[in-house]
Design a protein. Sequence first.
Length: 148
Amino acid sequence: MTAQPHSESPSGGTRTAPPDPRGPWATGGTTFAGVLLLLNGILAVLEGISAIAADDVYPRIDTYVYKINLTGWGWILLVLGVIAVLTGCGILAGAAWARAVGIVLASLSLLAQFLFLPYAPVWSVITMGIDVFVIWALAAYEPDTARR
């Protein structure tokens, strides 16, 4: 681990330079985000299939502001999951388009999981945390385009 260079601040103290966006933390975080997006997509596909195939897998919610039946939620999760799997593979392959699509997709997943909270509260909160990490990791990483 390398020490961060210090510089003099206008007030006379020292300040730490920001982390390198091409350093091991950023590249490792991006790889991990790709794996998480891939696995999250696979799980969303399975979640969607179970909601489409059998409406008795999740509890019935009678009074909910965002009233979509479980078959509708199943199709939403299935489509988001398939796109997430493809995007996760793209991130792991180093495709430039995959970072932007991954950020948008993780944002949509975050929103969908928030709306799915009454059906699977614990799983939704865990998935929302993973989505926040994926957004951060993909936004913080700057690929070294000079080497390509």
